[in-house]
Design a protein around this ligand. Structure first.
Ligand code: PGA
Length: 253
């Protein structure tokens, strides 16, 4: 049985106060009614430490993740955040290669790969994001794009390391648009991704890697998406900013 995971990607939303309030309500909600899935909160960098403190002081099992990480250890990289910094703030996970990073901040397969390798070397588990644009889907290139992103993003990673990765399939056309992939579309891509992982690593490892779906997941569509054989949970953007909807999604297995 693969782990079920629901991760909240808060993106560039909330501030030092509102992020703590949101985390507090989620922690309380899970205390009142436990969830079987592993929950990961990915707030902005400035809130990592205070949310870590909240989780720790309440004895919560909820995990903490960052939204990005630089691939160098330290040095003159103004504005960047290293694995050591994330570790010291209590992060166990990091989102790597989100399509917004690829689109607005010049992230490439090569830099995605460097980040993935560095996070694994330092025991921060990467949630590697892949997914096609609308134009790529419409021109029947979805599988080619996924193949390129898997081959490029996961290069130089050993089988042992691969077993620690989480993949997030996030079709770009579904992110923040209110148009989610249908459960059948998600399953088709997830099954393809698992097959590619099996070829790249081995079938047992591929079977063990959680593949999350992301893109306009809501409390209304989560159950049908998560019911698919190869969909092991979700990476939630907009709906993770509301504690009730995030908790409802977390209970959709
Ligand atoms: P969304 O974002 O749920 O707002 O579509 C998902 C994501 O970008 O991770």
């Amino acid at each position: 049985m693969r782990k079920k995971i629901v991760a909240g990607n808060w993106k560039m939303n909330t501030d030092a106060v509102s992020s703590k309030v949101l985390a507090d309500i989620i922690v309380e909600g899970v205390k009142r009614q436990p969830v079987s899935a592993e929950l990961i909160l990915c707030p902005p960098f400035i809130s990592l430490e205070s949310i870590c403190e909240t989780l720790w002081s309440r004895g919560s099992k909820i995990k903490l993740g960052a939204q990005n990480m630089h691939y160098e250890d330290n040095g003159a990289f103004t504005g960047e955040i290293s694995h050591t910094m994330l570790k010291s703030a209590g992060c166990e996970y990091v989102i790597i290669g989100h399509s917004e990073r690829r689109r607005y901040f010049g992230e490439t397969e090569e830099t995605v790969n460097k980040r993935a390798v560095k996070s694994l070397q330092n025991n921060i588990l990467p949630i590697v994001c892949i997914g096609e644009t609308l134009a790529e889907r419409q021109s029947d290139k979805t599988f080619d794009v996924l193949n390129t992103q898997i081959q490029g993003g996961l290069a130089n990673i050993s089988i042992e390391e691969a077993a620690k990765i989480i993949i997030a399939y996030e079709p770009v056309w579904a992110i923040g648009t209110g148009v989610n992939a249908s459960p059948a579309q998600a399953e088709e891509s997830h099954a393809f991704i698992r097959l590619e992982l099996a070829k790249m690593f081995n079938p047992q490892t591929a079977e063990s890697i959680p593949i999350l779906y992301g893109g306009s997941v809501t409390a209304a569509n989560a159950r049908d998406l998560f019911a698919q054989k190869n969909v092991d949970g979700g990476l939630i953007g907009g709906a993770s900013l509301n504690a009730e909807s995030f908790l409802a999604i977390a209970r959709s297995f």
